[in-house]
Write a protein that binds this ligand. Structure first.
Ligand code: SF4
Length: 277
């Protein structure tokens, strides 16, 4: 079974509904909003969200049923990014839909669900009653596009129990440093913004956050520079973009840091059990 997502840090994407409202500077060039305008599937902002179809909702159970096959082929548990065209912890989404989502998550223990939000302040009140110390197959994460957003949202790391806590530092539009006084996530995804209106990302931001991850035993996943002007092969070494692309074609704008690919994942208790050497 092939993975169905082109996002480098996951295997599948699942959208229980579509539609959202921009709430943060990281939303300015929201891919999902552009998709909604192109497709006409849902109106963005204070309009009703749109639940996806019953047949679409069957997909996670099918992935779960094929877990042996997937794990034999790929060597890891399937990761499911939820949601790419919405926000799981959106106040405007129907609570019954979220309850159905958690029922699906409970019914698919062979999938690792990556719930990424820009509304971590809503997580605690929107988790199911049996959350306990966290479902073993759910990773909770929030986006932090710069230091201000990291500082606003970091208090939720660890305050809400979860098998994995992660930060999506994407689109990186300002520097972030994680210090010894901060709550420590298990995983940090780093990426520059892509597309016509992409904002710049500096190479030093990436080097610094990777250094912080190394110092604090956080798994880093550097996805991409966003566009080649951000890539240090261009910004520091002075190469033309097309030459830089020949040397570093990973992701959008290249995805190597000083000649290295840095794409790590947190080691979960689930993975340890199943893939122990
Ligand atoms: S929270 Fe995510 S999906 Fe919603 S508007 Fe912002 S970037 Fe788009």
């Amino acid at each position: 079974m092939a993975a169905n997502s082109h996002i480098e840090w996951t295997d599948h994407t699942f959208n229980p509904w579509t539609g959202c409202t921009n709430i943060s500077p990281g939303c300015d060039n929201c891919y999902a909003e552009a998709w909604s305008k192109r497709s006409g599937q849902v109106k963005w902002g204070k309009h009703p969200r749109k639940r996806t179809t019953d047949s679409y909702w069957k997909a996670p159970v099918i992935w779960n049923n094929k877990a042996d096959f997937f794990e034999a082929a790929h060597g890891h548990r399937q990761r499911v990014f939820c949601a790419s065209l919405a926000d799981v912890f959106d106040n405007q989404a129907d609570p019954m839909w979220r309850a159905d989502l958690f029922a699906t998550i409970r019914a698919t223990p062979r999938l690792d669900w990556q719930l990424l939000t820009k509304r971590p302040q809503n997580i605690a009140k929107m988790l199911p009653d049996d959350w306990g110390t966290g479902y073993p197959n759910v990773w909770l994460g929030f986006t932090a596009e710069d230091q201000i957003r990291f500082n606003q949202r970091k208090r939720f790391i660890g305050a809400i129990p979860a098998a994995v806590w992660f930060i999506s530092y994407e689109p990186a539009i300002g520097p972030i440093r994680i210090t010894a006084d901060d709550p420590v996530p298990h995983w940090v995804i780093v990426g520059g913004e892509s597309g016509h209106h992409a904002r710049p990302m500096k190479a030093e931001w990436v080097r610094n956050i990777i250094e912080d991850c190394r110092r604090m035993d956080i798994a880093p996943f550097f996805k991409q520079w966003g566009h080649y002007q951000n890539n240090p092969l261009v910004s520091e070494c002075g190469l033309a973009s097309d030459i830089a692309k020949e040397r570093d074609a990973l992701g959008k704008g290249g995805g190597e840091l000083d000649g290295k690919v840095i794409r790590e994942f947190p080691v979960t208790s689930q993975a340890k059990r199943r893939f122990a050497a």
